[in-house]
Design a protein around this ligand. Sequence first.
Ligand SMILES: NC(=O)c1ccc[n+]([C@@H]2O[C@H](COP(=O)([O-])OP(=O)(O)OC[C@H]3O[C@@H](n4cnc5c(N)ncnc54)[C@H](O)[C@@H]3O)[C@@H](O)[C@H]2O)c1
Length: 257
Amino acid sequence: MGRLAAKRTLITGAGSGIGRGAAVRFAAEGASVMCADRDPAGAETTVRMIEKEGGTAAACRVDVTVEEDAERMVAETVAAFGGLDALYANAGVSGVGTGADTTLDDWQRVIAVNLTGVFLSDKYVLRHLLVQGTGGSVVNQASVGGLVGVPGIAPYAAAKAGVIGLTRQLAVEYASASIRVNAVCPGTVPTALVVGTYTERNGPLADDWQADRARDYPLGRLGTEDDIAYAALYLASDESTWVTGQVWAVDGGITAA
Ligand SMILES: NC(=O)c1ccc[n+]([C@@H]2O[C@H](COP(=O)([O-])OP(=O)(O)OC[C@H]3O[C@@H](n4cnc5c(N)ncnc54)[C@H](O)[C@@H]3O)[C@@H](O)[C@H]2O)c1
């Protein structure tokens, strides 16, 4: 039996990076996975990767900033799998800018995806779980950037800190219904988002940028999609049924240093 056997799951931002890695890992552990993304081609590619390994998955086009999309995404998941047990609200964008130079447009764009998008995804999954009556698990994607100051990512850091507050809030609001809500705070995983962030902040990347960045990490390397997926997997599974309201840095030790 897989660690997520018979779990019906929904992952936002599953068309790339950490979301895709988690979708593949969840499916390998027996979950049905709805791969939701605003990039339908990316989501379809993830579905094909899962099906090639004999797993169960479907794709859904969604912009998590649009309330009707979030509601439809949950309805499509329930229709596809006959219910929904766990959400990984992972979709996000980079958010470069200091406090003094971030434009209001950039601020609102980043907050819309990275905070409001998590709120809307959680909202409709919670509504479904309350009706379903079987408890469930919500895993929200925060970041090390929501825990400590990192110069030059003010809107991103504010959104991720907001996700942490929302996570604790929802955890206490829905614990009595056996719905658990936790957050994962990844350190640097070299995905499209990270390459975009670094390029925007520092210009073209040097060939050895990953090795250079890895020197900041006590464990001596950057993260992988699987490093984060395994944390989300644990929180989505029944292995963590006494864990709620927690904020888990999965970060090679950087916030401890
Ligand atoms: N990579 C890292 O180092 C790192 C560190 C900490 C936190 N995170 C967080 O992990 C999450 C995934 O990031 P990633 O690094 O895998 O990036 P990524 O760019 O590889 O993947 C992000 C995915 O989210 C989707 N997306 C973006 N906006 C969306 C929207 N409005 N609606 C639906 N889908 C949308 C994109 O299409 C993409 O498929 C993000 O929330 C990010 O902030 C990443």
